[in-house]
Design a protein around this ligand. Structure first.
Ligand code: PMP
Length: 423
C-alpha cells in the first residue's frame, strides 16, 4: 500500500504521551493496539492527574471541612464543569457522574422509565444497539408492559429512515439510539432522530459510548434529552461515566439509588432528595477517576475533536480500502463516508476468534466475538466478527500491518477446492 502523506493525520509524536504503546509483545513484536472501542489507552497526563489526587489531595468529597476534602471536592466539581463544556450542556448540574455508559442508561430506564412508561407505551430501539442499550429497556418493558419496537436497518447497516414513520408514532415514549455503532461503525443522524422523536412527544436517549471519545458533541445543537458515555473509552479512567439529562427531565425524575449524599434530609422513616446533581450520586463517587476524566477532556480538547475525527477517518478509509481487496472478506457496515473509526469483518475461514489469535501473535490487538451486539450478528446470519478500532494514537503503518496480517491469515485458510477446509 502506498505511504500516503495525509494532512488530516495527527502527528505521530503524540504516541509519546501513551507509555503503554511503547512495548513489544510475543518476543520482539511492537504492540499494535487496535482495540480502543473496547477501552482506550490513556496518556501520561491522565495517569499523572489520577496519581496527583492520590498523592496529594485525596479525601472524600462534599463531606469534610478540612483542606484535603476541599481540594478533592474542588477537583471533582471542576471535572463536572469540564464535562459540561465538552458536550455543550447548559448547566453543569445536568452532568451526573455514574459508573459508565451502562450505568447511565440503566439509570434512565429505571428512574425516568418507571415514572413515565405504562402498559402499551412503545420504546423504539434498533438492531444495531449494544446490549447496554437494549437490555435495560427490555427490563423496563417487562416491568411495565410496554412494547419494544425497532427501526429497521438498511442492507449496508444504517438506520432505514424511510421506514421511521411506521415505527415512530404517538405511542412512542422513548427513542434509545447509539450515536456510533460499536460493530458497524455507522454514525447515526442524531439531530434528525431527535427532531422526529420530539415531533411525536417522545424523548431521545443517545448512547455516546463510541462517539464522545471521537466526535465533537453539542447536546444543545443535537437537542437530545439524555446522553450517556464512559471515561475509559476516551483516554480517561475506568469506573466513571456520565449521564447528561436536560434539567427539566432530571429535576422531575426520582433518585434511582438511595444512600449518602443524595439526600436533603433524612428522618426515621422518610427522606427528601437533594437537588441536582447530588440526587443521582448516592454514596462515595469515583473521585480520582473524575480528576482523570477531567484531564482526559483537557487532553482531547487541546488536540481538538475535529482533528481526532479527521485522523480516524483517514485511518478507517485506509483500512477499508486495504481489507476490501482481500479475497473472501465481508466488511460489516456502511462505506467509510458513513462510518467512524472502526471496521468489523468476517472471513470465509477461519472463525473470528482464530483470526484475533493469529494476528495477536503478530503483536496486533483486535477484538473478536459479537461485541455485545448479538441481535445484530444474528440478523446478519453470523455468530461473531473481528473488529479493529482506531484512535488518535494509531498510525497508517499500523493499519497496513493489520491489512497485511489479515491478508496472510486469509491466504493460510484459502480453500483449495480439493482438501477439506480447516475447521
Ligand atoms: N454502548 C456502546 C455502543 C458501547 O460500545 C459500549 C462499550 N462496549 C457500551 C455501551 C457500554 O459501555 P460501558 O461498558 O463502559 O458501560
Amino acid at each position: 500500500m502506498p505511504s500516503v502523506v495525509n494532512s488530516s493525520l495527527l502527528p505521530e509524536s503524540l504516541r509519546d504521551d501513551f507509555p503503554i504503546l511503547h512495548q513489544t509483545v510475543h518476543g520482539e513484536r511492537p504492540l499494535v493496539f487496535l482495540d480502543s472501542a473496547a477501552s482506550s489507552q490513556r496518556p501520561q497526563q491522565v495517569i499523572d492527574a489520577v496519581s496527583r489526587v492520590y498523592e496529594h489531595d485525596y479525601a472524600n468529597v462534599h463531606r469534610g471541612i478540612h483542606v484535603l476534602s476541599e481540594r478533592s471536592t474542588d477537583a471533582y466539581e471542576a471535572a463536572r464543569t469540564k464535562v459540561q463544556k465538552f458536550i455543550g450542556a447548559k448547566y453543569d448540574h445536568e452532568c451526573i457522574f455514574t459508573g459508565g455508559t451502562t450505568a447511565s442508561i440503566n439509570a434512565v430506564a429505571r428512574s425516568w422509565g418507571d415514572a413515565n412508561i405504562k402498559a402499551g407505551d412503545e420504546i423504539l430501539l434498533n438492531p444495531m444497539e449494544h446490549h447496554s442499550n437494549l437490555v435495560p429497556w427490555f427490563q423496563l418493558a417487562e416491568r411495565t408492559g410496554a412494547v419494544i419496537k425497532h427501526i429497521p436497518l438498511t442492507d449496508d447497516g444504517r438506520l432505514d429512515l424511510s421506514q421511521l414513520d411506521d415505527v415512530l408514532t404517538e405511542k412512542t415514549k422513548v427513542v434509545a439510539v447509539t450515536h456510533v455503532s460499536n460493530t458497524l461503525g455507522t454514525v447515526n443522524p442524531i439531530a434528525e432522530l431527535a427532531r422526529r422523536a420530539h415531533a411525536v412527544g417522545a424523548v431521545i436517549l443517545v448512547d455516546a459510548a463510541q462517539s464522545a471519545p471521537h466526535l465533537a458533541i453539542d447536546v444543545l445543537a443535537l437537542d437530545v434529552d439524555f446522553l450517556a458515555f464512559s471515561g475509559h473509552k476516551m483516554c480517561g479512567p475506568s469506573g466513571i461515566g456520565v449521564l447528561y439529562g436536560k434539567e427539566s427531565l432530571l429535576s422531575a425524575m426520582p433518585p434511582f439509588m438511595g444512600g449518602g449524599s443524595m439526600i436533603g434530609n433524612v428522618a426515621l422513616d422518610s427522606f427528601t432528595p437533594a437537588g441536582l446533581p447530588s440526587k443521582f450520586e448516592a454514596g462515595t463517587p469515583p473521585i480520582a477517576q473524575a480528576a482523570g476524566l477531567g484531564a482526559a477532556i483537557d487532553y482531547l480538547s487541546e488536540i481538538g475533536l475535529d482533528k481526532v475525527a479527521a485522523h480516524e477517518h483517514a485511518l478507517v478509509e485506509r483500512a477499508y480500502a486495504g481489507l476490501s481487496e482481500i479475497e473472501g472478506i465481508k466488511i460489516l457496515g456502511p462505506s467509510p463516508e458513513h462510518r467512524a473509526g472502526l471496521v468489523s469483518f468476517v472471513l470465509h475461514q477461519p472463525h473470528a476468534h482464530d483470526i484475533a489469535q493469529l494476528v495477536d501473535q503478530r503483536g496486533i490487538a483486535v477484538r473478536a466475538g459479537h461485541h455485545c451486539t448479538q441481535p445484530l450478528h444474528d440478523s446478519l446470519g453470523i455468530t461473531a466478527s473481528t473488529r479493529a478500532s482506531f484512535y488518535l494514537y494509531n498510525t497508517p503503518a499500523e493499519v497496513d500491518a493489520l491489512v497485511e496480517a489479515i491478508q496472510e491469515v486469509a491466504t493460510m485458510f484459502k480453500p483449495t477446492g480439493r482438501k477439506r477446509r480447516p475447521q
